[in-house]
Design a protein around this ligand. Structure first.
Ligand code: COA
Length: 166
């Protein structure tokens, strides 16, 4: 993104239950396009989560730190994403797209967010080979059965999963 671009700050929202290498790939790529990137951990998500919001945020913060991305920070938000994005003066929402199966839900979410706040645009990043088949749900399922997760999440996340499941 050019320095004189009006779009300086973007927001990458999610449940991050837990953060995976797929999410990290999107964070790294988006951090190169915007001057500032907020990784926003939702309290109001449709999913029932394994980790508390505090733990999800702690795990996201640890990944940002290990990626050494000085223009990225983790924030927790409550309520509507568009309201939080406006409050933070973010006009771009970042989302990752893995497969056709993600498309419909992401398309609907982008549509609804744009209807609620026409100043906000959603930018979708196609997943690369680093994150194409990863999902937090599978990570939890494999973690519960003590499977090998080293290709999908960091050692920090593996440790957190072990603490829950042991
Ligand atoms: N690589 C690998 N996996 C990826 C990925 C990528 N690039 N991008 C997403 N994923 C996976 C995640 O692991 C996750 O897997 P899961 O479904 O098994 O948990 C899934 O895709 C998407 O999860 P996540 O990125 O954490 O986002 P989400 O869909 O849970 O987030 C919110 C939804 C939080 C953005 C949405 O509920 C929200 O905006 N809430 C606030 C309230 C609001 O405004 N509601 C109205 C919305 S219209």
């Amino acid at each position: 993104m050019k320095k004189d671009s009006p779009i300086k700050k973007a927001i990458y929202p999610g449940t991050f239950d837990p953060i995976t290498f797929g999410h990290c790939d999107i964070i790294a790529r988006a951090s190169r396009l915007f001057e500032e990137l907020l990784v926003a951990i939702a309290i109001d998500t449709n999913k029932s989560t394994l980790f508390s919001v505090e733990k999800r945020a702690e795990l996201v913060e640890a990944e940002i730190k290990s990626m050494k991305l000085s223009n990225v920070r983790a924030v927790v938000f409550k309520g509507l994403l568009v309201d939080f994005a406006s409050f933070q003066r973010c006009s771009v929402i970042i989302r990752g797209l893995r497969a056709v199966s993600d498309f419909e839900q992401e398309f609907q979410m982008a549509y609804m967010n744009h209807k609620m706040s026409s100043d906000i645009e959603t930018v979708m990043f196609p997943a690369t080979d680093k994150g194409h088949f990863i999902s937090s749900t599978f990570v939890k399922a494999i973690g519960k059965l003590n499977g090998d997760l080293t290709e999908f999440v960091s050692t920090n996340v593996i440790k957190a999963l072990k603490e829950v499941y042991e």
